[in-house]
Design a protein around this ligand. Sequence first.
Ligand SMILES: C[S@@+](CC[C@H](N)C(=O)[O-])C[C@H]1O[C@@H](n2cnc3c(N)ncnc32)[C@H](O)[C@@H]1O
Length: 348
Amino acid sequence: MQRAVRALLGSRWPLLGMAGALAAVVVAIIVVATGGSLAVAALTLLAGLTLVGLVAVGASAREAEQRARRTEKQLKALTSAVEAVATSVQSVAERQADPTGGPLAAIIGAQRLDAAVRHDELVALHEELRADLHATLTERQLAELSALANLYAMLGADDEVPAFGGFAASPRTVLRLASLVRRLPSDALIVECGSGSSTVWLALACRHAGKGRVVALEHHERYAALTREALARHGLGDVAEVREAPLEPVTVGGEKHDWYAAPQWTDLRGIDLLFVDGPPGSAGPRSRYPAFPLLATALDDGAVVALDDAQRQDEADIAADWLAEPVDGVRLADGDTVGRTRFFTASR
Ligand SMILES: C[S@@+](CC[C@H](N)C(=O)[O-])C[C@H]1O[C@@H](n2cnc3c(N)ncnc32)[C@H](O)[C@@H]1O
């Protein structure tokens, strides 16, 4: 209430004071003019001056009070700001004092560590794979190159031979077959399922060894002709023969297959080396399976059977079945694997 009255009158105090002082002067003049007592006039003037003084003191006191309030407000705001800063500083100090850096820092730290470990592992794995790949490729290529040089030095082809690569058996395989020819009996019979450059190399090996002959079964007219041409170029027509044998349906071990037409191989007896490199996989699944069941009785005791592309799943399954299923008393024993070719030995 007191505050409200003060607020209401606050701005009028100087005016009221001045009016009071003026009234005191007027009263003093009237007293003097009407011949009144000088003492009364002086007292009236003194009262007016006192009024002016009081008003001035009151106004300046109010102003001082307002300033004090403003200062107090600012001080309060400053104090709470300082307190907020102090709280933040304290929490930072606490976090710094915490050796684990707090839960968030722990999570970030763990993730950083994890990422660093994974990065190191990946770098190490990458290096290992690169080194492996380099070593594998170089070793395989070196082995094939050395087999190729070995073949040419051993058999000295003096005209063009169908190229290695693609469908052809690899130099390592052909080198092993050619070196086996040297150890075969003088009347050795070599039978090949699928003709090509291997037919020419086997015929060259027979001529070089001065023994043996080659019969190649070929289902494809064009490739039969190409192989015959290559044999003729080398004057090997009397050592190797390509028999064109279209694929025809046959059931072996309860499985249906397309295999070389029967009349082209039923006359074969005393096979010493059988190289199974056809029919191609495009002829159907397990296309090479019939070779051993159908030719087993034509194999000599101790004959070598070679199955190419042994790294393929179909050929791995075929090899397992051949080893597990003797045919008319003829069984196969597992031998070594050279490049992509797996070797077996037949016995009765
Ligand atoms: C794996 S290849 C036999 C290759 C042969 N034993 C050799 O090492 O040269 C199987 C069949 O592919 C076909 N063939 C032969 N030479 C070919 C060539 N250059 N391109 C595509 N097919 C070919 C023939 O029909 C052959 O019977």
